[in-house]
Design a protein around this ligand. Structure first.
Ligand code: HEC
Ligand code: HEC
Ligand code: HEC
Ligand code: HEC
Ligand code: HEC
Length: 184
């Protein structure tokens, strides 16, 4: 493991400085199966470190070729569960009622609800058909919350001293629960 990270680090230096001392290492990192001229096995598959930090290989590959997560009824072509397919695909019901046809109603399980959940803005956070992100999310991490909340005002809060890039949902439930500020 130590060795692997050490090798990755040296590759990171190569990537950052675009230095050309070893094309093989770079190639073997990006493409599986590039023959090793020195017959020396270099394992660099798990961890990649580039100028922006540590990223898993899967994450990088996923960026290159996004894989979509599909909504169950969309992929099953149950368009008419949500659309009036006879009349210009009009939406059958407003959110959140549309979503609660199939999903548990958050208002039944939580006493403190997040504004957009009550107001029926589910699709401000979730795509109704497909997304590159898990849970059909439109954005990931803090970006999702900063769609509506102002970064400066969040940073000012003394409860958020050094959250850095910690995901907001490690402390807050995105929908609501029974705690003030839907803290987990
Ligand atoms: C779970 C409910 C749901 C299902 C199932 C669903 N849709 Fe949608 N669809 C929506 C919502 C919500 C919108 C956004 C409508 C809006 O904001 O005006 C939408 C928007 C659309 C739009 C407008 C353009 C766009 O992409 O925003 C089209 C076209 C569409 N859907 C086609 C389809 C087709 C075709 C299917 C079946 C393969 C389907 N939908 C299944 C909920 C659904
Ligand atoms: C016709 C039924 C139906 C309707 C209406 C519906 N959903 Fe779903 N939804 C499903 C099914 C089925 C799944 C897949 C469940 C599973 O795999 O656990 C799902 C999964 C999801 C997931 C989780 C996806 C994941 O990757 O785990 C989200 C988020 C979601 N729906 C949001 C919504 C939202 C938002 C609406 C309203 C715009 C909505 N759904 C309306 C049936 C529906
Ligand atoms: C502020 C953004 C936001 C809004 C608004 C929102 N969600 Fe979510 N939702 C999330 C996030 C983030 C997750 C992933 C939770 C996790 O990682 O544990 C999620 C997960 C889900 C899931 C799958 C996991 C679960 O909790 O069952 C469903 C279903 C879902 N949301 C439905 C809805 C519906 C229905 C609405 C509207 C009534 C809605 N969401 C509104 C952010 C949101
Ligand atoms: C679609 C817009 C939208 C998104 C996205 C959004 N919020 Fe909100 N949020 C609101 C609104 C509107 C309120 C209600 C504001 C109020 O009551 O003053 C709110 C209120 C809150 C509150 C309670 C504040 C209070 O003073 O009671 C918390 C905590 C919160 N959001 C956290 C989050 C987190 C965490 C995320 C990301 C997972 C997020 N929000 C994403 C719109 C949004
Ligand atoms: C380490 C846990 C933690 C993380 C991570 C976190 N919060 Fe909070 N947040 C809290 C606590 C605790 C409170 C309660 C503050 C109080 O009691 O006054 C709070 C309060 C809030 C409030 C209501 C008070 C206000 O300042 O308006 C909002 C909105 C909020 N958080 C949004 C966010 C968003 C957006 C993120 C991500 C960028 C985030 N939080 C990340 C712990 C956290």
């Amino acid at each position: 493991m130590k060795k692997r990270i050490a090798i990755s680090l040296s590759i990171s230096l190569l990537l950052i400085s675009a230095c050309s001392s070893s094309n093989y290492e770079i190639l073997s990192f990006f493409f599986d199966g590039v023959p090793d001229p020195n017959e020396q096995r270099i394992e660099t598959q798990e961890v990649v470190i580039d100028s922006t930090g540590i990223k898993s290989r899967t994450e990088i590959l996923r960026k290159a070729t996004p894989e979509f997560v599909f909504h169950g009824p969309f992929v099953a072509k149950l368009c008419d569960e949500c659309h009036n397919t006879e009349q210009g695909f009009k939406i059958l019901k407003e959110e959140p009622a549309l979503c609660y046809e199939c999903h548990d109603n958050f208002e039944e399980s939580a006493t403190v609800l997040h504004g957009p959940v009550v107001a029926g803005y589910c699709t401000e956070c979730h795509h109704p058909h497909k997304s590159e992100n898990e849970f059909l999310l439109l954005k990931t991490g803090q970006d999702l919350c900063y769609k509506c909340h102002e970064k400066t005002s969040i940073s000012r809060n003394e409860e958020h001293p050094d959250i850095e890039d910690e995901n907001c949902i490690t402390c807050h439930d995105p929908h609501g629960n029974n705690e003030e500020y839907f803290l987990l």
